[in-house]
Write a protein that binds this ligand. Structure first.
Ligand code: ZN
Length: 239
């Protein structure tokens, strides 16, 4: 019995070590072969946006460039983009100004009066609200639910993203709706839809999980209007 256990442990450690060696070797061979380009980071460009522009996954990009935190990215830094054939222009993130904010708030209010567009994506306890929560701005609400609980799209729309999201979001789905509304579903265990897929309100699109930066399984849900996150509680039916 004891013997078996030792062999098993040895076997799993060999497996883990060879996996990491395999990754390292592949990263090295990418650089050696020079299959790819060097992208010089400009102001406002994030790892996520760079990865998205070149159509690659954020994790190998970070690993190849030995970035442990996306925030470590510096202006002027050269990132190796595997398999890219030429350097591409990466759109930068421009924070909205106050004037635009106010205009959008007005617009949001006028929409709300007309119709309630959205349904609850998950039935569960809201554990964190929108806005400043302990000094940090929270762009959505958190709904606690056991891992594997179905996540349903809040309204009819089209999937514009399904994959690994930016810092901390984990596995994420983004759905675009009418009138410039977008909903975001993050920390998923599993995504069940693909980009450009049309989805009906209430359709199962993912499963609740704890991927990304979380302390436990929950859905991080955002509603964005013209790319700015708004308070989802104002758009969801009162429970
Ligand atoms: Zn959250």
């Amino acid at each position: 019995m004891i013997h078996n256990r030792i062999i098993y442990k040895l076997f799993t450690s060999i497996l883990i070590v060879s996996f990491f060696l395999g990754c390292a070797a592949r990263d090295l061979s990418y650089r050696r072969r020079g299959k790819g380009v060097y992208h010089t980071v400009k102001k406002g460009q994030t790892v996520w946006r760079i990865a998205k522009t070149y159509g690659i996954d954020i994790r190998p990009l970070m690993r190849i460039n030995r970035l442990s935190d996306p925030k470590d990215l510096k202006v002027g830094q050269r990132l190796f983009i595997p398999d890219a054939k030429r350097v591409l222009g990466v759109k930068v993130y421009i924070p909205p100004d106050k004037k635009r904010w106010t205009a959008i708030n007005e617009e949001q209010r006028s929409y709300r009066a007309k119709d309630v567009l959205f349904k609850w994506p998950v039935k569960g306890k809201v554990t964190s609200l929108f806005g400043f929560q302990s000094r940090r701005k929270h762009d959505g609400i958190d709904i606690a639910a056991p891992g594997g609980t179905p996540i349903k799209t809040a309204a009819d729309g089209k999937v514009i993203f399904s994959g690994w999201g930016p810092t901390g979001y984990g596995r994420m789905v983004i759905v675009k709706h009418t009138r410039n509304f977008v909903t975001v579903y993050a920390h998923n265990r599993k995504n069940l839809v693909y980009k450009n897929q049309h989805v009906k309100s209430g359709q199962k699109i993912a499963e609740v999980g704890a991927s990304g930066r979380t302390t436990g399984p929950h859905l991080h849900f955002e509603i964005r209007l013209k790319r700015i996150s708004v308070d989802p509680m104002r758009h969801l039916p009162i429970l």
